[in-house]
Design a protein around this ligand. Structure first.
Ligand code: ADP
Ligand code: MG
Length: 258
């Protein structure tokens, strides 16, 4: 299913959080939304699953205005991984993952099978973790559970709001790799919010850069690199490259600071 923002504008009081966004995500592709804190990334996502409604313009999923889609149907179409995890703390891992299937009144045996299959897909041992509570998981394990929960009812559209933002670099790299593998296997249409251009280039087919609620540029990584449309985009690319360069320098210099 495709996603389209058509002049989508959202205000909070006098502040315009998202300024008439025009953007498309092709069916089966992943778009990364990149920008600094407060640039409107989460707002753009929330308009898709109606955690927020646009003040002007429209958001379309598979060509339908999300406001005309019946809430249960929207829930089936769109999965969501929250910025701050959002696992229910008093529910076990299995209960968290089963949340949407239970709402959709799946048969309990089918739910149990699905929970175990999902845990395997995110590379967790079902027997070891299905009965645990969120506080009994590492950060990386909890994020894997959050991804499994979003995948539970196989929604064709998946939204990820800085899902790996709070993790250490190694865990983050592993989860980025798993994300790419899952996308290849499942073929969902995805929107992945991150403030990290490097992460965006790993997980997404195209990257959209937001600043102050405005879309500055959308394109493939190479487009942003070769033809930045705005000084902010150029500085993002520059920062990502100079970090890689600094790393190379330090490794050559045997770990000494420059
Ligand atoms: N519920 C809210 N009430 C008031 N202002 C909000 C609310 N949510 C977001 N904003 C404001 O809208 C702007 C965009 O926020 P957000 O989309 O969360 O940015 P990002 O996810 O890029 O950090 C920010 O200025 C933020 O303070
Ligand atoms: Mg946000």
């Amino acid at each position: 299913m495709s996603i389209a923002w058509r002049g989508a504008l959202k205000r909070f009081g006098a502040r315009v959080a998202l300024d008439a966004l025009e953007l498309d995500v092709e069916r089966g592709s992943v778009l990364a939304l990149v920008g600094g804190s407060g640039s409107g990334k989460s707002t753009a996502l929330k308009l898709v699953n109606r955690l927020l409604d646009a003040d002007e313009g429209r958001v379309l999923v598979d060509g339908d205005d999300v406001r005309t889609i019946e809430p249960h149907a929207l829930r089936r179409r769109v999965g969501y991984v929250f910025q701050r995890l959002g696992l229910f703390p008093h529910w076990t891992v299995a209960e968290n993952i089963a949340a949407t299937p239970v709402l959709l009144r799946w048969d309990p045996a089918r739910i149990a099978r699905r929970v175990d299959a999902l845990l395997e897909q995110v590379e967790l041992d079902p027997a070891a973790v299905r009965g645990r509570y969120p506080h009994e998981l590492s950060g990386g394990q909890a994020q894997r559970v959050a991804v499994a929960r979003a995948l539970a009812a196989e929604p064709p559209v998946l939204l990820f709001d800085e899902p790996f933002g709070a993790l250490d670099a190694i865990t983050r790299g592993q989860l980025q790799e798993r994300f790419v593998a899952l996308h290849r296997a499942l073929g969902f249409t995805g929107v992945f919010v991150t403030h990290d251009l490097g992460e965006a280039l790993v997980v997404a087919d195209r990257v959209a850069v937001l600043s102050g609620g405005k879309l500055l540029q959308v394109g493939q990584g190479r487009d942003l690199f070769e033809r930045p449309a705005d000084p902010y985009v150029a500085s993002l690319v520059e920062a990502a490259l100079s970090h890689a360069e600094l790393l190379r320098w330090r490794l050559r210099a045997g770990g000494e600071a420059p």
